[in-house]
Design a protein around this ligand. Structure first.
Ligand SMILES: [Fe+2]
Length: 266
C-alpha cells in the first residue's frame, strides 16, 4: 500500500524547534516521506499562543513547495499546525491566527503529555465542536492521564472527538506504556488517524513500514487503509469521517483480548 496521507509531521524548515532546522534537512525529510509511501502531508509546526503566526507558516509552506517542485520531489505539502491546548484557542482559530488542518474544520490539538490535563480541557473541546470545528487529539497514547484511564478517551470519542496515533508508538520505540495504550485504543476502534509526527529522518519515520505491516496483520488491510488514506482523505475534503461504533473500554471484552497474544511487545 502506498499513497498515504500524513496529517501530522514537522516538515517545514526553521519554523518550530521540533522540525528540521533548515532547507537541506527539510528536503531530506520530504524525500524520506516519499520513500516511505506518503504522497500528501499536512505540515504541522507547533503553534503556541499564536506563534508562529499563520502568515509565517503559509509563506514558509509556499516557499518549500516551490523547492520541492524544483527538485521534482513528488510530495504534496498542505498547511496546518499542531495547536497546544490553551484557553484562547477557540478565539485564535476563529480569527485565523491559528491554522486548522488544510484550513478546513479539522484541527490537531496537543495536550500536556506528563502533567495533569487542564480543568477546561473537555469544555474547550466541546466548545470547538459547537462552533463547527472537529478536534483531533494528537498522539493521546503518549499522554500519561489517558494511559492511566483509557475510558476517558472513549467518552471523548463518543462525544465526537477524534484521535490520531503515532505510527512509531506501535513498535515500542516510545516505550512500553505508549505501545500498550496505542494497541488498546486501536483494538477498541477508538483511532481515526495514524500519522508519523516525524521531526527528521530516522527511527520514528523508518518505523512506518513495520507499523503498517503490523496494523494490516492485526486489524486488517482495510483498517490500515482507513487510518492512513481514507480518513485523512475525508479530512482534506472537509467531509465527515465514517467509522464503526467504538467498543466501550470499561467492558474489558475487546478485540484486544483476541489479539494480544499475536502482538509483539518488544
Ligand atoms: Fe508533533
Amino acid at each position: 500500500m502506498s499513497g498515504y496521507i500524513d496529517i501530522h509531521v514537522h516538515l517545514l524548515p526553521g519554523i518550530d524547534e521540533d522540525g528540521p532546522p533548515g532547507l537541506k534537512s527539510s528536503l531530506e525529510l520530504a524525500q524520506e516521506l516519499v520513500n516511505q509511501g506518503f504522497a500528501t502531508v499536512i505540515a504541522t509546526p507547533h503553534s503556541l499562543e499564536g506563534a508562529p503566526s499563520a502568515e509565517e507558516v503559509l509563506a514558509c509552506r509556499q516557499l518549500f513547495t516551490a523547492e520541492l517542485e524544483q527538485r521534482q520531489i513528488p510530495l504534496q505539502v498542505l498547511p496546518g499546525s499542531e495547536l497546544a491546548l490553551e484557553p484562547q484557542l477557540l478565539r485564535r482559530v476563529k480569527s485565523g491566527q491559528a491554522l486548522t488542518l488544510n484550513r478546513g474544520c479539522y484541527l490537531l490539538i496537543e495536550l500536556p503529555v506528563y502533567q495533569q490535563l487542564p480543568l477546561y480541557t473537555e469544555e474547550l473541546l466541546f466548545e470547538l465542536k459547537a462552533h463547527g470545528y472537529r478536534p483531533i487529539l494528537a498522539h493521546p497514547e503518549r499522554v500519561k492521564a489517558f494511559q492511566d484511564e483509557i475510558s476517558y478517551l472513549y467518552r471523548l470519542v463518543e462525544k465526537g472527538v477524534y484521535l490520531q496515533l503515532t505510527l512509531s508508538s506501535l513498535t515500542g520505540l516510545l516505550g512500553p506504556a505508549v505501545q500498550k495504550t496505542a494497541w488498546k485504543l486501536l483494538s477498541h476502534g477508538l483511532v481515526h488517524f495514524m500519522a508519523t509526527d516525524a521531526h527528521c529522518t530516522g527511527r520514528r519515520l523508518s518505523a512506518t513500514d513495520w507499523a503498517v505491516q503490523r496494523l494490516e496483520t492485526q486489524l486488517g488491510v482495510g483498517t490500515a487503509e482507513t487510518l492512513l488514506k481514507a480518513n485523512p482523505g475525508r479530512l482534506l475534503r472537509d467531509e465527515e469521517l465514517e467509522f464503526p461504533e467504538p467498543l466501550p473500554v470499561h467492558k474489558s471484552k475487546s478485540r484486544f483480548h483476541l489479539l494480544k497474544d499475536k502482538i509483539f511487545f518488544n
